[in-house]
Design a protein around this ligand. Structure first.
Ligand SMILES: [Mn+2]
Length: 313
């Protein structure tokens, strides 16, 4: 008799450290509970995630770009636009997420766990406790990395008390000094020497829809924004191309300065500029809006843009 194929545990397209770390940790927990699962990623890893996996000496998950005919557990996303292709012909078994509730629909009842915390890895650490399973040193390192990455080392407004407490607990188990580890992760994230302009704007790019208007928002977090700003004219060119390719009504790119806790919003046409002027009060210079204190797409950009779009229609 053919054996049933394992359930795929996978994060969103353009995977980030939180999605990859939570996938590997949940696969570890499921295996401890005797379930047959396989960790996967929906795209190539970014430089920060590559650093984390090699630091912890962990193999990257298998790349799966089509989910057809598979049973899947989705981590760290809830919007259809962020799921790997083939989901229409797949069966969603569970979702664990920390974003707004998206537009995913299922045919049968599923386990859906959403908590408004700073990272999916924070929820994962809680799940280990709920299942009374100890967290191995390496897995603690992974979860620690996911929290550091998504909360910008507890500085993002998306950070909660639970993230702070969990980070401390995990750092002890992992025997990792979190501040140094965060610095190394952010340095890896900021290294653009191997990246194309398309990688920079598209590496952490997500699409949304509000009142029939589709819009994309790319984010790049860095310790040295000035290195990215050298490529402003190419960035605008690539943004226009990406907007056309993906048939977006609007497209934005947010360059985040991790240290100064501020960002630069690229306004590719008058339409993007108009919406941002209605949404934020930042100063615009050469089609780039300066946004002090803004670092979180999820908490500080998407709600504001969708609000402005809703008022407009
Ligand atoms: Mn996340």
């Amino acid at each position: 008799m053919p054996t049933k194929s394992p359930t795929i545990i996978i994060g969103h397209k353009n995977p980030d450290t939180d999605s990859v770390a939570s996938v590997l940790a949940y696969s570890n927990l499921k295996a401890k509970l005797g379930e047959s699962v396989e960790p996967a990623v929906a795209g190539p890893l970014n430089n920060e995630t590559k650093f984390v996996l090699s630091y912890l000496n962990i193999e990257p998950p298998k790349l799966i770009e089509n989910l057809e005919q598979k049973q899947v557990i989705l981590l760290d996303h809830g919007d259809l636009s962020q799921i790997a292709t083939g989901i229409d012909a797949a069966e969603i078994m569970e979702i664990i997420d920390h974003h707004k509730i998206g537009d995913i629909q299922t045919e049968s009842p599923i386990l859906y766990r959403a908590e408004p915390v700073g990272s999916t890895c924070t929820i994962l650490a809680k799940l280990f406790k709920e299942e009374r399973q100890s967290i191995e040193k390496k897995i603690a390192g992974l979860l620690l990395a996911g929290i550091i990455s998504d909360t910008l080392f507890l500085s993002s407004p998306a950070t909660t008390e639970l993230d702070k407490k969990t980070l401390q607990e995990l750092a002890e188990i992992a025997e990792i000094e979190p501040k140094e580890f965060a610095q190394k992760m952010f340095e890896a994230k900021s290294d653009i020497s191997s990246l194309s302009v398309r990688d920079i704007i598209g590496g952490d790019y997500k699409e949304f829809e509000c009142h029939g208007i589709k819009f994309g928002v790319g984010v790049f977090e860095t310790l040295c924004p000035e290195k990215v700003r050298e490529f402003d004219s190419e960035i605008f060119k690539e943004l226009l191309e990406l907007k056309k390719e993906n048939a977006m009504g609007l497209i934005f790119f947010l360059l985040v300065d991790i240290l100064k806790q501020e960002s630069f919003m690229y306004l590719v046409t008058d339409e993007e500029a108009d919406l941002c002027k209605q949404s934020f009060s930042g100063e615009i210079k050469n089609k780039v809006m300066f946004l002090p204190g803004v670092v979180s797409r999820k908490k500080q950009v998407i709600p504001v843009l969708t609000n402005a779009l809703a008022r407009r229609s």
